[in-house]
Design a protein around this ligand. Structure first.
Ligand SMILES: Cc1cc2nc3c(=O)[nH]c(=O)nc-3n(C[C@H](O)[C@H](O)[C@H](O)COP(=O)(O)OP(=O)(O)OC[C@H]3O[C@@H](n4cnc5c(N)ncnc54)[C@H](O)[C@@H]3O)c2cc1C
Length: 407
């Protein structure tokens, strides 16, 4: 007799679970329930409409390091379905991926629609039923069956259930899952940029620095990487990674913090002083403003010099020690007050969700309710930017599908 699987959520994780379960076990009748009138809506807008499907990282130990929450959990699942499996899976179905210089992988078409079309075609091929505009409000697990109640009043029944409803910004939105006996790790935003209201540095909007180190005062949090100055503050990989690793800590600080930026992370104040000493001799007759030997964007160099009290006409030989000290400090440890955050439109996720110690990482099955599975962002797993969040959605969706299909 055929068994029924209901997948709640028509996003990346839900689709991947549904299409793989239907393919791996043709006796399984699979239905996706989606609350909105759109399918795969985040896939559509992701990566600026190009969908950063995964990351060209082929070492599980390296990959794990990109998940501020869920490192150990994803490790087990990656042994069953990893980046190479994602690449092959899409390629075998006509959606070939390419790698960009920074490791991010996109469809060769540079269009997220290729990924959507591929998943929709697969759902169609394997007869996955899709119900839209139906929000699941309540689930009852009774006598080895799940009774799924939708907001429309409609009730559906299934033998297996996979919850792939994504992240929610508020803990109360998880109430229908708490009723199943699961505990929720408080949701907090991750992947955001820093606001520096009225800070003079925002005059330099558009300036990007290849490598800078950003450190948060009274915290262990620090990140090195590209930094972008925007009209509201700071963005770029270094800041986004800080926001991900510090998602909880920064929330507690109410996003009000003091940061120190080292614009020349290969230097500290001590060895930069030595370098300045050399420059006083080698560049003695050159104007400081014009002679930036460190490869910093000239607008930033001029700004930091000006902030240090250095006059336009001063030459290296004239640099007084007070201004030199200020300049060294501003280059190695530039202080800014962050007040607030801005959502990173390209990619944002919610940290928090179903507590991981209540889910078996080898199967994605609940340890509390038999035949109940989870996949994707509903779990307390989140990655930094670069395709890691989708990789988790594919992996957890596949692992759940494989285990359901083998049951
Ligand atoms: C703008 C943006 C860009 C992004 N870009 C990238 C990127 O390029 N690369 C990357 O790795 N990550 C990216 N991310 C993160 C990534 O999109 C998510 O981590 C991923 O989509 C999570 O997949 P999911 O299936 O778990 O959840 P979702 O994609 O959120 O899907 C969950 C689905 O469940 C539905 N649902 C929720 N509750 C119910 C209910 N009660 N009943 C029925 N249906 C319900 C929702 O409507 C939704 O369609 C981006 C995120 C955003 C917001």
């Amino acid at each position: 007799m055929s068994k029924q699987l209901i997948v709640i959520g028509g996003g990346a994780a839900g689709f991947f679970c549904a299409v793989n379960a239907a393919r791996l076990n043709r006796l399984l009748k699979v239905t996706i329930i989606e609350k909105s009138n759109k399918l795969l809506s985040k896939v559509k807008v992701s990566g600026g409409g190009r969908c950063n499907v995964t990351h060209a990282c082929f070492d599980i130990a390296e990959m794990n390091k990109r998940y501020p929450r869920g490192q150990h959990f994803v490790k087990k699942a990656f042994h069953q379905f990893f980046t190479t499996d994602t690449i092959n899976w899409f390629e075998e179905r006509g959606a070939k991926l390419k790698t960009e210089e920074d490791g991010r992988m996109f469809p060769v078409t540079d269009s997220s629609q290729s990924i959507i079309d591929c998943l929709l075609k697969e759902a169609n091929n394997y007869g996955v039923e899709i119900l839209m505009n139906k929000e699941v409000k309540r689930i009852n697990a009774q006598h080895s069956m799940f009774n799924v109640q939708c907001s429309s009043g409609e009730k559906l029944q299934s033998d297996y259930l996979c919850i792939a409803s994504g992240g929610y910004p508020k803990s109360s939105m998880f109430d229908w899952l708490k009723e199943l006996g699961h505990t929720i790790e408080e949701p907090v935003p991750s992947l955001f940029t820093f606001n520096l209201p009225n800070h003079p540095i925002t005059k330099l909007m558009g300036v990007s620095i290849e490598k800078a180190k950003v450190k948060i005062q009274n915290s262990k949090l620090e990140e090195e990487g590209p930094l972008l100055i925007t009209h509201w503050g700071l963005s770029g990989p270094a800041v986004l990674r800080l926001s991900a690793w510090g998602a909880r800590e920064l929330k507690i600080k109410n996003y009000e913090l003091r940061i120190f930026i080292n614009w020349l992370p290969d230097y500290n104040e001590e060895n930069l002083r030595k370098r300045f000493h050399e420059l006083r001799t080698t560049n003695a007759s050159q104007k400081i403003i014009n002679k930036n030997s460190f490869g910093l964007p000239s607008r930033l160099w001029e700004f930091l010099a000006e902030q240090s009290g250095i006059k336009n006409e001063w030459r290296w030989a004239d640099l007084p020690s007070t201004e030199q000290n200020k300049f060294i400090k501003n280059l190695c440890s530039y202080e800014c007050e962050v007040k607030g955050k801005t959502t990173f439109k390209e990619e944002f996720v919610t940290a928090g969700g179903i507590k991981l110690n209540e889910v078996d990482a080898n199967t994605m099955m609940s340890k509390k309710v038999t035949d109940l599975f989870f996949a994707g962002e509903v779990l307390d797993v989140d990655g930094i930017t670069g395709g890691f969040n989708f990789q988790h959605a594919w992996t957890s969706g596949f692992v759940a599908a494989k285990n359901i299909s083998e049951h």
